[in-house]
Ligand binder design. Structure first.
Ligand code: SF4
Length: 255
């Protein structure tokens, strides 16, 4: 009799253990499913109508957005962009205000020389390398491009210190081309909102070019930069005052 009771107890204990194990296993699965649903929602592509609506709002709020890097001509713009790598626009402006009064052409920059140039820009990060590049690019502009900043991406990218981002900014701001430079702000906004998710700046750039209507392309770069710099901040986005908070796909937005 005692043996029968013991067997029944063991059976009951095993069945309870099975049930609780099943329950325990089901929780992470459910959480995983809901997380997946959340991220799928985050990646749901915008419709063309939503994208148009977003850019119409940017356009109404700021019809002629301007970049914040101070410059006097295409050459000083090129130099300012080269100096701005891993530096803030405000920091670059502080250094270039005096510099550009003295050297606003490749010829004047060469006359100034690398050593004196270094003195003007020593408050900017990586100033030694940047000074070297600015002198080398000034020389190349004189040797290969008659002292003018060229108008094609490949030619601009051939200049020392200038990459794809520099070429896109110069083509857009100096020559009115529909190029879209992806900096840290544009990269964050495009990914966070779901507008053009991508793992690299190039992927984001090509994604944005694909979805932004042509009539908004000229100013898209500045609208997105300014949005990232002043509203969709990296650490604490200001979703409550964001123009596109109803369209944004970010699951962690605060409105
Ligand atoms: S709602 Fe928030 S996260 Fe989305 S774009 Fe606006 S500021 Fe950025």
């Amino acid at each position: 009799m005692a043996k029968i009771i013991r067997t029944q107890r063991v059976k009951r204990a095993r069945s309870l253990a099975k049930k609780s194990a099943k329950k325990a296993n089901s929780t992470p699965g459910t959480a995983k499913r809901s997380l997946k649903a959340k991220s799928l929602k985050a990646q749901k592509p915008w419709t063309p109508a939503e994208i148009r609506e977003a850019f119409e709002r940017f356009s109404r709020a700021n019809p002629e957005p301007k970049g914040e890097l101070e410059h006097l001509n295409p050459f000083t713009l090129l130099v300012a962009v080269v100096l701005s790598a891993q530096a803030t626009d405000a920091g670059v402006n502080k250094a270039t205000r005096t510099l550009f009064q003295l050297a606003d052409t490749p010829q004047k920059m060469l006359a100034l020389g690398e050593e004196r140039l270094r003195d003007y820009i020593r408050t900017i990060g990586l100033y030694r390398t940047k000074a070297k590049n600015v002198i080398a690019l000034s020389q190349k502009l004189i040797d290969d491009f008659s002292g003018e900043v060229p108008r094609t991406r490949t030619e601009i990218e051939s200049l020392p210190g200038a990459g794809r981002k520099t070429a896109n900014v110069v083509l857009n701001m100096a020559y009115g081309e529909n190029t879209l430079a992806v900096d840290t702000h544009v990269f964050r906004v495009a990914n966070r909102t779901g507008l053009a998710p991508g793992k690299t700046p190039l992927e984001v750039e090509l994604g944005l070019e694909k979805v932004i209507p042509a009539e908004f392309m000229l100013h898209a770069h500045h609208w997105l930069i300014l949005h990232g710099r002043y509203t969709c901040l990296a650490r604490k986005p200001r979703c409550e005052v964001c123009l596109i908070n109803d369209l944004c796909r970010w699951p962690e937005k605060t409105v």
